[in-house]
Design a protein around this ligand. Structure first.
Ligand code: ARG
Length: 467
C-alpha cells in the first residue's frame, strides 16, 4: 500500500501533497460549509440508493446514515471542526464519516464531487427560493398595510419626475406590489428549474455500476407535481451547467432593481421638498455634523445593494462564458456570488418590510400637492374630445390654456371662462367641473386604472392573494 496522503479522496496517484499556498488558494470550505445540510441529505439519499440496488448492505447504509446524522448534529451545534486542508464541505464530511464508520469508504461509490456539488446546489436553490418567496411575501404584506392605512390619500403621479396625473397613493404602492409579486413568482420558477436531480451523472459520464437515479431523485424531492422523479438528461450538461445559478442571481438582481426604485421613491417622498411621508427612526440615521439631519439610510442602502446583486450576476456570467465542457475548477467560484445574492436579497426584503411598516404618511402634504389643477390638464383635453374635438387639437388648445394661466400667474382652474373660450369655442360654461378631483378619479373606471372602484378591487385582490 502506498503512503496515504492527507487527501484520502484523491491522493492515491500523488507522491507530494499540495503546497500550503495552494491549500489556501483552493479551499472552498470557508464558504461552502453552509451546504452541509444539503450535502448530508444528498449522501443519505445516495447511500439509500446504493443499498437498494445491492451495492452496499443495509447495515452499511444504516451505519452511514447514523454517522451522517451525528455529524449533522455536531455541525448544527457548532462543534464540528472544519479543516481547510480538506478543501471543501464534501471532503470534510466524508473524512469525518470515514473516521467513525468503516462503511464510509463505500459512500462515494458511483458518485463524483461534480454531480455531488451540482446536487447540493440544486437543493440549496430550492430552499433559497422558498425563503426569499416568504420574505418577499412579508414585504408585500407590509406594503398592503401601508396602503390600507392611507386608503383615501391622493398624490400626484410622476413622469420624468414632473407632476403628471393624480393617483391614489395606494395605486402607486400597488405598482410596487406588482413588481414584488413578479419577483416572488420568478423565484418560484427558478426553484422549478432547479428541480432536476444530477446524481448519477458522476464526474462527466455517469457510471458503469447499476445505480437507480430515479430512486435518489425521489428521495431528495426532485419530483414533479404528480410525485414522478425528475432526473437530468445529459451527464455532461449536468456537471457543466450553471444556468440555475445565473437564473437565481438574475431573480435576485431584478428584485434588487425593483427595491431600489421603491427606495428611491421613498427617499424623494421623505425629503422636505415632498414631505409626503415620514420614514421610521428605526431605519434612519443622523448626521455626525448636522444635528437636524434624519437620513433615509435603509432606503439608500436598499438602492445601493442592487449594484452588488447585479455584480454577482455579472460574476457568474463571466465565470461561465467560454468555459469548455464540462466541469472546470473555475466553477468553484460559482458559490460566493450566489450565497451573497441570497443573503443580501433576504436582508433587503426584511429591511424593506420594516421600513414600510414604520412609514407614516402626511395626508395634508399629499393633498396640497395633488390639488395642483395642472394635473388634470389631460382631463380637460378629454373634455374637449367628448365635445367632438380631435385629440391632437384638444391637446394643443389645453396647452394654450396652460400657457395663458402661466402668463397671468393664476391657477389653471381660475382663468375666466371667456378667456378660455377664446382659446377654443368648444369649452362650455361647465369647463371647470373637470377640476373636481373626486369626479376626475371616478372617471378612471377601466381595469388597472387609478379610479376608486378599481383601486378597491385591487385592495380585495391583494388581501386575498397575500392572506
Ligand atoms: N469544491 C468543488 C466545487 O465547488 C467541488 C467539485 C470538485 N470537483 C473536482 N473535480 N475537483 O466546485
Amino acid at each position: 500500500m502506498p503512503k496515504k496522503s492527507s487527501q484520502v479522496t484523491w491522493g492515491g496517484r500523488f507522491t507530494a501533497g499540495p503546497a500550503e499556498l495552494m491549500l489556501q488558494f483552493s479551499e472552498s470550505v470557508s464558504f461552502d460549509r453552509r451546504l452541509a445540510p444539503f450535502d448530508i441529505a444528498g449522501s443519505k439519499a445516495h447511500s439509500a440508493m446504493l443499498a437498494s440496488v445491492g451495492l452496499i448492505t443495509t447495515k452499511e447504509r444504516d451505519d452511514i446514515h447514523a454517522g451522517l446524522d451525528a455529524i449533522f448534529a455536531e455541525i448544527t451545534a457548532g462543534k464540528f471542526s472544519w479543516d481547510t486542508k480538506l478543501e471543501d464541505v464534501h471532503m470534510n464530511i466524508e473524512q469525518a464519516l470515514t473516521q467513525r464508520e468503516p462503511a464510509a469508504a463505500k459512500l462515494h461509490t458511483a458518485r463524483s464531487r461534480n454531480d455531488q456539488v451540482a446536487t447540493d446546489m440544486r437543493l440549496f436553490f430550492k430552499f433559497a427560493c422558498g425563503v426569499l418567496g416568504e420574505k418577499i411575501l412579508g414585504a408585500q404584506r407590509a406594503l398592503l398595510g401601508l396602503a390600507e392605512a392611507n386608503r383615501s390619500v391622493l398624490i400626484p403621479g410622476y413622469t420624468h419626475l414632473q407632476r403628471a396625473q393624480p393617483v391614489f397613493l395606494a395605486h402607486h404602492l400597488f405598482a410596487w406590489m406588482e413588481m414584488l409579486d413578479r419577483d416572488r413568482a420568478r423565484f418560484g420558477e427558478v426553484a422549478a428549474h432547479a428541480n432536476w436531480c444530477p446524481l448519477g451523472s458522476g464526474a462527466i459520464a455517469g457510471t458503469t455500476l447499476p445505480i437507480d437515479r430515479e430512486f435518489t431523485a425521489k428521495a431528495l424531492g426532485f419530483v414533479d407535481a404528480k410525485g414522478r422523479p425528475q432526473v437530468t438528461q445529459n451527464s455532461m450538461d449536468t456537471v457543466a451547467d450553471r444556468d440555475v445559478f445565473i437564473e437565481f442571481a438574475t431573480a435576485c438582481a431584478l428584485f434588487g432593481v425593483h427595491v431600489s426604485r421603491m427606495a428611491e421613491d421613498l427617499i424623494l417622498w421623505s425629503s422636505a421638498e415632498f414631505k409626503f411621508v415620514e420614514l421610521p427612526d428605526a431605519f434612519c440615521t443622523g448626521s455626525s455634523l448636522m444635528p437636524q439631519k434624519k437620513n433615509p439610510d435603509s432606503c439608500e442602502l436598499l438602492r445601493g445593494k442592487s449594484a452588488r446583486l447585479q455584480g454577482n450576476l455579472h460574476t457568474l456570467l463571466t465565470l461561465t462564458k467560454g468555459l469548455p465542457l464540462t466541469y472546470n475548477r473555475d466553477l468553484q467560484e460559482d458559490k460566493p456570488p450566489v450565497f451573497d445574492s441570497f443573503d443580501q436579497a433576504a436582508l433587503c426584503a426584511d429591511v424593506l418590510a420594516g421600513t414600510l411598516q414604520g412609514t407614516t404618511v402626511y395626508p395634508d402634504r399629499c393633498a396640497a400637492a395633488v390639488a395642483d389643477p395642472a394635473l388634470l390638464a389631460t382631463d380637460l383635453a378629454d373634455y374637449l374630445v367628448l365635445k367632438g374635438v380631435a385629440f391632437r387639437d384638444a391637446h394643443h388648445a389645453v396647452g394654450a390654456v396652460v400657457r395663458l394661466a402661466e402668463k397671468n400667474a393664476v391657477a389653471l382652474d381660475h382663468l375666466p371662462t371667456e378667456e378660455v373660450q377664446r382659446v377654443h369655442p368648444s369649452f362650455g360654461s361647465d369647463w371647470v367641473t373637470v377640476f373636481d378631483l373626486k369626479r376626475a378619479l371616478a372617471k378612471r373606471v377601466g381595469t388597472g386604472m387609478p379610479g376608486p372602484a378599481q383601486v378597491g378591487k385591487q385592495f380585495a385582490r391583494w388581501k386575498k392573494l397575500l392572506k
